[in-house]
Design a protein around this ligand. Structure first.
Ligand code: NDP
Length: 484
């Protein structure tokens, strides 16, 4: 290989790591002083005008969340109290394709929810898979680049995708989901959603818990084979948008059962998997999912641009009773999502009807491009002339200690952490024989693309042998590679 230049910041300063953000200890939160990380994320968010860089192609609908069980022992958030009914918007999307790309492409599906609560907007920006390809936001823009287009030919490139995945073994769990038939869902009505990240919940007494969200489709999971997905990509590239809007227009309203997994706050430190690692699930046997309610989608948007293209979801929108966690990907997204909206839509994106909270806004933020709600005096705090005042009693549950030296480091490993164990469990314990057959043929089909080099095919086989020997052997055989 030719000698490779050192990565630099845009100012030409040599970068100390392509992989790790500065964090307070291996498991602690990330630091604003990490200029290289901030620059990577901010620059990435400004790469396209005006479509979203990721999740560009999508569709969505309005509905409501209805809570049926009492979880007040875990959170004081009003939208999750028994009997609460909250209006919401859900946007589905693919990840890598552009605005006009085919809905049935092999990809994870975005599952972004905005709840218009009486305490302000709560946004939960999930996927149809419970895990993700990387666990540190330092690698996020690199990952997305590898899935999109080359600089020279403007072509997507399967070799580039496998190069990133095989060089990033933490991707194996999500790539197993992606290459299974769940990578090509029949419709958006037939996918589960997952909050994916671990979040903090705290109750009225200030007791803290870690939580994961699962949204189980009441329509049942249904997937397409690779051949069916390919056929629809040419015959009806907008198949998923069409399916959702026609079902709702016909009065066939899809619904999802809302489940949570709850972990005692103190259990995180010694749990067998790092519970903040976005490439891992919490096995159901350890933390059984608990049903808490349901949401239903029952109203189509009237204007796609105004209500879907300009919809802006931000994982940083927490209401009292809910907070963030030391999940490093979540920490990166807390910055990255609102930053992309400021860039795409402008600093006043929260004034647009689809994004506007259903409660009054009293803020000292003012003016800016395209402001529609003009500021009133006083324009500063503190003041003695009757402006709004903050309520310190609202700060409470999100209080916990962190300590450590500033490092660029992988997470501390918990006793059973490795990159292959959970995808191996998926292969060995969960997938049916037919699922396995389709997984192998989907991998082989993808890695047989003419762009994939002979050397890369060997890396692909090794990657899958690390997940499970028999899976790797079957991929090798499909790719015409003999021997072990
Ligand atoms: P369980 O046997 O308790 O649960 C396995 C779960 O896998 C099912 O409940 C179902 O969850 C999901 N599943 C079923 N069929 C498929 C499929 N064809 N493709 C993908 N997922 C499927 O096992 P564990 O909780 O111990 O997890 C074992 C493995 O299952 C994990 O390593 C992970 O790969 C996978 N998994 C685990 C989930 C979790 O949150 N624990 C969620 C999804 C998958 P669902 O109804 O949510 O799809």
């Amino acid at each position: 290989m030719t000698e490779r230049p050192t990565t630099t910041t845009n100012a030409g300063i040599a970068a100390p790591s392509d992989e790790f953000s500065q964090s307070v200890g291996p498991d602690g939160p990330l630091l604003l002083q990490d200029h290289y990380l901030i620059q990577k994320m901010a620059h990435f968010n400004r790469e396209r005008v005006p479509e979203r860089v990721v999740h560009a192609k999508g569709g969505g609908a309005y509905g409501h969340l209805q809570i049926t069980e009492d979880v007040s022992q875990f959170t004081k958030a009003k939208l999750f109290q028994k009997g609460a009914r909250t209006d919401m918007l859900l946007r589905f999307s693919t990840v890598a394709g552009e605005l006009g790309s085919a809905d049935t492409a092999r990809d994870p599906r975005g599952f972004a929810m905005k709840f218009y609560t009486e305490e302000g907007n709560y946004d939960l920006v999930g996927n149809n898979t419970p895990v993700f390809f990387v666990r540190d936001p330092q690698k996020f823009s690199d990952f997305i680049h590898s899935q999109k287009r080359r600089s020279d030919t403007h072509l997507r490139d399967n070799n580039m995708q496998w190069d990133f995945w095989t060089g990033s073994p933490e991707s194996a769990h999500q790539v197993t989901f992606l290459m299974s038939d769940r990578g090509t869902p029949s419709t958006w009505r037939n996918v589960n959603g997952y909050g994916s990240h671990t979040f903090l919940w705290y109750n009225a007494g200030g007791e803290k818990f870690w939580v994961k969200y699962h949204f189980k489709t009441d329509q049942g999971i249904k997937n397409l084979t690779a051949a069916e997905a390919d056929a629809l990509a040419s015959s009806d590239p907008d198949h998923h948008i069409r399916d959702l809007s026609s079902a709702i227009a016909a009065g066939d309203h899809p619904s999802w059962t809302v489940q949570i997994q709850i972990m005692q706050f103190e259990d995180a430190a010694d749990y067998r998997f790092n519970p903040f690692d976005l490439t891992k699930v919490w096995p159901h046997g350890d933390y059984p999912p608990i049903n808490i309610g349901k949401f239903t989608l029952n109203r189509n948007p009237e204007n796609y641009f105004a209500e879907i293209e300009q919809s802006a979801f931000e994982p940083a929108n927490f209401v009292p009773g809910i907070g963030s966690s030391p999940d490093k990907m979540l920490q990166g997204r807390l910055f990255s999502y609102p930053d992309t909206h400021r860039y795409r839509i402008g600093p006043n994106y929260l004034q647009l009807p689809v994004n506007r909270p259903k409660v009054p806004v009293h803020t000292y933020n003012k003016d800016g491009a395209m402001t529609y709600v003009n500021s009133t005096d006083p324009v500063y705090a503190p003041n003695t002339v009757g402006g709004p005042v903050a309520d310190p009693s609202l700060w409470g549950g999100e209080v916990y200690g962190v300590a450590g030296e500033i490092v660029r480091s992988a997470y501390t490993l918990h006793s059973e952490d490795d990159d292959y164990g959970q995808p191996r469990a998926l292969w060995e314990k969960v997938l049916s024989d037919t699922d396995k057959e389709h997984l192998v043929s989907n991998i082989v089909g993808h890695a047989s693309n003419p762009a994939v080099t002979a050397e890369m095919k060997l890396r692909v086989v090794e990657y899958w042998r690390n997940v499970a020997k028999d899976l790797g052997d079957r991929v090798a055989s499909g790719l015409g590679i003999n021997g072990s």
